[in-house]
Design a protein around this ligand. Structure first.
Ligand SMILES: *Cc1c(COP(=O)(O)O)cnc(C)c1O
Length: 715
């Protein structure tokens, strides 16, 4: 019996469609599938229906269609051109969904009821669904989208956080404050999965000493379903309803409860829906308790514990995403035992066997439990997310594979990539249509496919880049005024960027999750030099953005330290800090910035992905040679900073800050402003073309997912 929520989503579509005039009804089908966010013309279509209402719905088309006034809907229904566009987009979606699933060589029996199951604590699909904190979630979303484009049978499972991820406000003193907004599933493109009896399908998971009941929401991401588990039900006590309230909740006990719910709940929910995983992909250690459920299934089928463990490993792969300690959580064994209650025992294991799987160095013998260690010991294959990260991870995880040299540690790498149709500006896709030939997006990772980029006329590329920058400048002018007024700045300062930002000025972006290893503070290490640069002969403008985790005081202080430089009424320079970095802001920044700066402390940037998004839009990278940039940089496609070996942290910081400013002063600015008689920077554009080819051929989700599929059956 399959109750996979598809019927429930169909019913939701019908209800919405019934509220629309006949010719507009296909909009309901488009609104209930995130595919519109990357389909050509999708975002423009929704935006144009009622440009004034669109922002009020936070770009959520279900709420939007509900909100558009009936007279407006009637007028739209009479617009024949619009009605044709709607019909074409819906028709294209139907054609997409009618394709047969693609074969995966290593998993010959994979199918919709037997898919690759992708488990992750966060998913970033679109700004209107704030269930992500940063790169990990956005990458997970990109993978689901790419699986849909390639017709691979995949299903995602995550958590529905009732208050989502936090939003950021920064006060006039530069201090970050957080607030949470309710995520209302009833008004989002999702539906509660119901059973034959039409009541919500639920599963229970023992957490601490209670059974927690979970319901399941289905979200469609193109052809790929995403299931979100939700404990916010009246039959759970308040503390249990809170488990799925906030992404990466601050307290350890709730976090562990989230991991129990995600790990055990995901496999139980799939079983309840009639779905059996062909392969379980643990994206980061958070969902690793899924192994318990897989092992328990084997024991129930009559296997011994070692056989059941081997069978579970056979079906599980694991991706580790960061060498940073906060991303590889350690708990005391007693905390884990408390969270899991006696689940391992009931699934046929002993506590000793369980301890063995999560055991980590440091702490008294048997007392330290690591989520990553547990994931490594319960999966049959593991990978890091860039070549350099592979080296780092093999060294780092030797403790799990005692007696092996680092090179023999079985952790490979699949370098991250980004979903091109999500991140590339539609006008850039249109330019490439003219030069790369029809259907080029299906072949991005074929060698040679990007060669014609060299032949794009510089004036066309420059005209496009100027237009993309102008869009961003218009946005910054508006948003910076609102952010500053919101902070209580004087009106004259609030409007300073609106006056000084210029569509022809070199635009530099630095936007990322503010974690200490990302070293935002390097920008303010030498304030005099930074000010001299911003006020120097070559004009430049800088846009900064990023959220610090609510409990990361050190990261918050680095934002605060930047404020006297970036947001100081007595120095009305051309720098602005925009609040509440999310996928919408990210998309605008990576499309409009000429230069994208990244300053991680090596080797902490496992991959980094925002730079790939920038490169696909014709932005150039100035980055520390770490993560993806270490394997992408070739001397012709941007700039790299490499600290000499053996420096301590402070010396490394000083070196890298100096290298950053020297490159800006001597290389970046002169090159950007080196123009021919018609104002075109030919040598800059030669670099842009090289960078576009690098990112297009090597760093898209298409190449990444193809790499994962090649590894899928090989364990
Ligand atoms: C791409 C993206 C990230 C990840 O960027 P990094 O380069 O890995 O820091 C984080 N947040 C958002 C909103 C993104 O779109």
């Amino acid at each position: 019996m399959v109750n996979d929520g598809s019927r429930d989503l169909r019913r939701a579509v019908e209800i919405l469609a019934s509220q629309l005039p006949g010719p507009l009804r296909p909009l309901a089908r488009l609104a209930y599938n995130y595919r519109w966010t990357w389909a050509r013309g999708g975002a423009a279509l929704f935006q144009e229906l009622d440009p004034h209402r669109w922002p009020f719905s936070a770009h959520n088309p279900v709420r939007y269609l509900d909100d558009i006034a009936p007279p407006r809907l009637a007028a739209l229904a009479g617009d024949a051109v619009l009605v044709d566009r709607i019909r074409d987009l819906a028709g294209e979606q139907d054609t997409d969904f009618a394709r047969p699933p693609a074969a995966i060589p290593g998993l010959p029996d994979a199918s919709a009821q037997h898919p690759i199951v992708f488990l992750c604590a966060e998913f970033g699909l679109h700004a209107s669904l704030p269930l992500y904190a940063g790169g990990l979630g956005v990458l997970a979303g990109d993978i689901l989208k790419e699986a849909s484009d390639r017709a691979y049978p995949m299903a995602g499972v995550g958590l529905l956080y009732g208050e989502g991820s936090f939003h950021q406000r920064v006060d006039a003193g530069g201090w970050q404050h957080e607030y949470w907004l309710p995520v209302d599933p009833e008004r989002l493109p999702m539906a509660l999965v119901t059973g034959e009896d039409r009541h919500p399908l639920t599963v229970t998971v023992p957490v601490r000493d209670r059974n927690v009941t979970l319901q399941i929401w289905r979200v469609d991401v193109g052809r790929t379903p995403l299931y979100l588990l939700d404990s916010n039900r009246l039959d759970n006590v308040p503390a249990d309803r809170w488990i799925t309230a906030r992404l990466y909740a601050g307290d350890r006990e709730t976090r562990l409860a989230q991991y129990v719910v995600l790990g055990l709940g995901s496999i139980r929910a799939l079983r309840a829906m009639g779905i059996t995983p062909a392969l379980v992909h643990l994206n980061e250690g958070h969902p690793a308790f899924a192994a318990l459920e897989l092992i328990g299934g084997g024991v129930a089928r009559g296997l011994s514990y070692p056989e059941a463990l081997a069978a579970a490993r056979e079906r599980t792969v694991f991706t580790t995403h960061t060498p940073v300690a906060a991303g590889n959580e350690l708990y005391g064994f007693h905390e884990v035992r408390h969270a899991l209650d006696d689940t391992p025992l009931r699934l046929g294991m002993t506590w000793e066997q369980f301890k063995e799987l999560g055991h980590c160095g440091g702490g008294p013998e048997g007392e330290c439990f690591g989520m990553t260690q547990f994931a490594l010991r319960t999966s049959g294959a593991a990978n890091a997310v860039s070549r350099r990260h592979g080296e780092v991870a093999r060294e780092m995880w030797r403790e799990v594979f005692p007696g092996r040299a680092a090179a023999e540690v079985p952790v490979g790498h699949v370098t991250n990539g980004v979903h091109l149709p999500t991140w590339m500006h539609p006008a850039m896709r249109a330019l490439l249509d003219r030069h790369l030939g029809a259907g080029w997006e299906e072949h991005t990772d074929e060698p040679g496919m990007w060669d014609p980029v060299a032949g794009i006329p510089d004036e066309d590329l420059w005209e496009l880049r100027t237009r993309m920058r102008a869009d961003l400048v218009a946005f910054v002018r508006e948003r910076s005024v609102l952010n500053r007024l919101g902070r209580g700045n004087p009106a004259a300062f609030a409007e300073a960027a609106a006056r000084s930002w210029n569509a022809d000025t070199l635009t530099i972006g630095f936007a990322r999750r503010i974690a200490t290893y990302k070293r935002l503070y390097l920008l303010s290490l030498d304030p005099a030099r930074a000010l001299a640069l911003v006020q120097g002969t070559y004009p430049l403008q800088v846009v900064l953005a990023g959220r610090a985790h609510p409990s990361d005081e050190e990261a918050k202080r680095s934002v605060q330290r930047l404020f006297p430089l970036a947001e100081n009424p007595s120095v009305p320079g051309r720098a602005v800090f925009l609040e509440d970095y999310d996928m919408d802001l990210a998309q605008r920044l990576v499309r409009g910035c000429d230069l994208w700066v990244n300053l991680p402390r090596p080797p902490m940037e496992a991959s980094g992905t925002s730079g790939m998004k920038s490169a696909l839009n014709g932005g150039l990278q100035l980055s520390v040679l770490d993560g993806w940039w270490r394997e992408a940089y070739d001397g012709t496609n941007g700039w790299g900073i490499e600290p000499p070996p053996g420096l301590d942290a402070a010396a490394q910081d000083a070196h890298d800050a100096d290298a950053l400013f020297t490159l800006l002063e001597r290389a970046v600015l002169p090159l950007f402003y080196e123009r021919d008689a018609r104002g075109i920077p030919h040598r800059w554009l030669t670099m842009v073309k090289a960078s576009l080819r690098t990112a297009g051929a090597g760093f898209t989700a298409s190449r990444m997912v193809a790499d994962y599929m090649r590894r899928a059956g090989v364990r």
